[in-house]
Ligand binder design. Structure first.
Ligand SMILES: Cc1cc2nc3c(=O)[nH]c(=O)nc-3n(C[C@H](O)[C@H](O)[C@H](O)COP(=O)(O)O)c2cc1C
Length: 306
């Protein structure tokens, strides 16, 4: 099939036949994955092919209990990965620079592009695919389950298999709302209304607004993901203000928690003090490191005096 024909017909598949993907096709998928371009040739991604049925079930449970994760012939978890790069540099005696934000940006991009190459190749071969952002739902449990070291973060899952459903392609926003010419064009109310009209068939009841509300409005599912995702990002070492392993949403989050247990927090260059009524606990280092240490001492998690 021509590529444009594949694109015109494609839709996410959420029902799969219980049929395997032959080795020869799997080889094509993994070949496509690795042909993807990556930033500066660094290939800041990895992928875990989840074959073990028990593990697959655990991953499904942590990802919103989506049955198609269990059903699919193959399930991949795409990872942003700067751990391997750090190891490669160390192998040649170099220390990796500190660039957590940019690292996360390019590693997520590399993982996403590689996943798309695999997905599109699968669709061109006649398989159905479904990306699974649901891997973020239980990300804090998924990291130890998959034994991910610091520098590695789940980005998205991908279910691939022989489709057991058919249907028309799903709608998209009018192109003029998505593609700007030369400069970003502000949206008028009628543009937005046209967007809802075009997307209406997406929803069974003809109201795309309901879908957007469920995910993105206040109280929606994205809001629920934000805390666990932020903690996972910092635990895996992608927060510039917190050391790897510190599972706080942000330095502000750590500060709020520390202030909940103290009368005050004092920062000086290279140190932080957490003050209670009759005692004070000191930590050393950058503001994030120092406050973490002081908080651990205040909680009795580490001894204050040698
Ligand atoms: C990053 C990403 C995350 C997604 N997460 C899920 C998911 O967790 N579960 C699911 O059933 N579909 C998921 N999807 C599929 C989208 O819902 C789907 O692509 C979108 O509704 C458009 O439909 P179409 O792919 O059939 O055109 C995801 C897609 C992307 C790109």
């Amino acid at each position: 099939m021509e590529l444009t024909e594949v694109l015109a017909r494609r839709r996410s598949t959420r029902r799969f036949k219980p049929l395997p993907i032959p080795e020869a096709d799997l080889e094509k998928l993994l070949f496509a994955l690795q042909r993807a371009p990556t930033d500066a040739s660094a290939q800041l991604y990895s992928v875990i092919r989840v074959q073990d049925p028990t593990l697959r079930d655990q991953v499904a449970r942590l990802s919103g209990d989506q049955e198609h994760i269990r059903q699919a012939a193959e399930f991949f978890v795409f990872l942003a990965d700067v751990h391997r790069l750090e190891r490669l540099l160390a192998h040649r005696g170099e220390r990796m620079a500190r660039w957590p934000r940019t690292a996360l940006h390019f590693a997520i991009l590399d993982a996403g592009i590689a996943a798309s190459y695999l997905a599109l190749t699968a669709e061109a071969l006649g398989y159905g695919v479904c990306f699974i952002g649901g891997v973020l739902n239980g990300i804090e449990a998924l990291i130890p389950l998959l034994e991910l070291p610091p520098g590695v973060l789940p980005v998205v899952g991908l279910a691939v298999g022989v489709p057991d459903e058919e249907g028309p392609p799903r709608p998209r926003l009018p192109r003029r709302l998505v593609v700007h010419q030369d400069r970003y064009r502000p949206y008028r109310e009628e543009d937005l209304e046209a967007g809802f009209q075009a997307m209406a068939p997406y929803s069974r009841v003809g109201d795309w607004g309901r879908v957007l509300r469920r995910y993105f409005a206040q109280g929606g599912t994205m809001e629920e993901r934000e805390g666990p995702y932020g903690r996972a990002v910092s635990r895996q070492g992608f927060d510039p203000d917190l050391p790897p392993g510190a599972a706080f949403y942000s330095l502000g989050g750590l500060l709020a928690e520390a202030l909940g247990e103290a009368r005050g927090v004092l920062f000086r260059p290279g140190e932080a003090w957490l003050e209670r009524e009759a005692e004070a606990f000191r930590g050393e280092g950058s503001p994030g490191e120092a406050l973490l240490q002081a908080l651990a001492k205040a909680r009795g998690e580490v001894r204050d005096w040698p």
